[in-house]
Design a protein around this ligand. Structure first.
Ligand SMILES: *Cc1c(COP(=O)(O)O)cnc(C)c1O
Length: 438
């Protein structure tokens, strides 16, 4: 591993004042070893760390940076918005424009802005419970919906990276009404609804699972969920925090519901719609959304909700995310997926590379497609550690966990892709030669 004295120094200071030295667990490199790299700046597909080293970025801030870093138009719109004042605590124009843009692009008839994906899913569940007058919720193992207490049961992302079975601090009674089922398992869904149907407020699912690695829904699965919920008077919540405005101009719904003629009752967004700022939203059917305060009785609020700078960043990002940008993004992702496959095949590494649109990830050492959390956990995640470090040393910044999705941006051009291509063969050989930790 290359040494990074400035990152090392900052990490030591960080550890003295912040638990684990980070403000979100997966950033800490626990799964891959070594010192987390502190980034100083970003431009397009590239990040520069505090030691002055440059990397092609395949994390994209875990999803938001659809256009790449520091897009000049986003930066200038944000600068102009900041100069007008940073928060008013009143309604302002940018939040209306962003809400209109989201309503125009997606299945949502109305939206409420919040500041994180966690807040969006938490609020959507409260609304579903308030609307139906029922308590039980259904989720899938390996789907992550933020760190909402009731949804941390068998969640993916950092919970699985760190191997935490359940988290302390969530009382058993808080998850007692959470039913956890295997992803892509229609029979399990039917059985749960047969038994508890009249008590289920909602079923929440990632529109395509991306937090246990990428596990796409089997064809027709989301529509089946939507119909099953409707039959039992439960609401179907599609969590598009990761997929929204990334997989298509609407989200994963652009790949299934929009074509098949169905829509979720509620949908959650975050990541891309904040343009790198803390902005998220939940939305959906007008009759359900109107149950929210102040038009209805279900309480939900936020001091910084609809913040003018965050919504300006999101609006500018979405306006720039046109068909041409999605074309570039998809082409770059496809090229990258072929390069990764070729390098792993060449080095003899058994794997499954799985995608949902431009989002993809690699499952290591598996002998067929991964369709659920048990399959994701059966992978040889230890092969990722040397792969990750070989890529990092060659100037490619990957997510520091085998259970996370790789994020490409519309700014990943030939130069970025050729840097990755040059790094892959050596990293693939390192994965082939890896041995499990004893
Ligand atoms: C990231 C993510 C969340 C949580 O969003 P935060 O902004 O990190 O709170 C929720 N759901 C999904 C599908 C996500 O990928």
């Amino acid at each position: 591993m290359t040494s990074s004295p400035a990152s090392q120094h900052l990490f030591e200071r960080a550890r003295a004042v912040s638990p684990g030295g980070v403000n979100s667990p997966v950033r800490a490199f626990r799964a891959v070893g070594g010192t987390p790299i502190f980034m100083a700046s970003g431009e397009g597909a590239w990040l520069t760390d505090v030691d002055g080293r440059r990397y092609v970025d395949l994390v994209g801030s875990w999803g938001p940076m659809l256009l790449g870093h520091a897009h000049p138009e986003v930066i200038s719109a944000v600068g102009a918005a900041a100069a007008r004042g940073t928060s008013f605590g009143t309604p302002s124009e940018p939040e209306v424009l962003l809400a209109e843009e989201i309503v125009a692009r997606t299945s949502a008839e109305m939206v409420r802005m919040v500041s994180s994906g966690t807040e969006a899913t938490m609020s959507a569940i409260r609304l579903a419970r308030g609307f139906t007058g029922r308590d039980k919720i259904v989720k899938f193992a390996g789907c992550y919906h933020g760190h909402v207490d009731a949804l941390l049961a068998e969640a993916g992302s950092g919970v699985v990276t760190l191997g935490l079975p359940e988290t302390p601090g969530v009382p058993a009674h808080v998850t007692a009404d959470t039913i956890v089922l295997p992803y892509n398992d229609r029979a399990a869904v039917e059985a749960a609804f047969a038994e508890h149907g009249d008590q289920i407020a909602c079923l929440i699912t990632e529109a395509a699972a991306g937090n246990m690695g990428v596990v796409p829904p089997e064809p027709g699965f989301n529509e089946f969920l939507s119909q099953t919920c409707a039959r039992h008077g439960a609401l179907f919540i599609s969590d598009e925090v990761m997929t929204g405005f990334r997989v298509t101009r609407s989200g994963h719904w652009g790949l299934d519901g929009q074509r098949e003629g169905w829509a979720p009752d509620l949908v959650t967004f975050g990541k891309v719609m904040g343009g790198g700022f803390p902005a998220a939203a939940f939305g959906g059917r007008r009759d359900v959304m109107e149950q929210l305060a102040p038009s209805g009785p279900v309480y939900q609020a936020g001091t910084l909700s609809g913040n003018p700078i965050a919504t300006t960043a999101g609006l500018t990002t979405l306006r720039l995310a046109d068909d041409e940008a999605y074309g570039r993004l998809d082409a770059a992702s496809q090229q990258l997926q072929s390069m990764v496959t070729e390098a792993l095949v060449e080095a003899g590494v058994a794997h499954a590379l799985q995608n949902a649109g431009s989002m993809f990830s690699v499952f290591w050492g598996v002998d067929g497609p991964v369709t659920d959390f048990a399959g994701a956990q059966s992978q040889e995640a230890w092969r990722y550690k040397p792969f990750f470090h070989a890529m990092l040393d060659a100037g490619v910044y990957l997510p520091p966990s085998a259970f996370e999705c790789w994020f490409v941006s519309a700014a990943h051009d030939d130069q970025a892709l050729s840097t990755i291509a040059a790094a892959l063969p050596n990293a693939a050989r390192a994965a082939a030669q890896a041995v499990p930790a004893s």
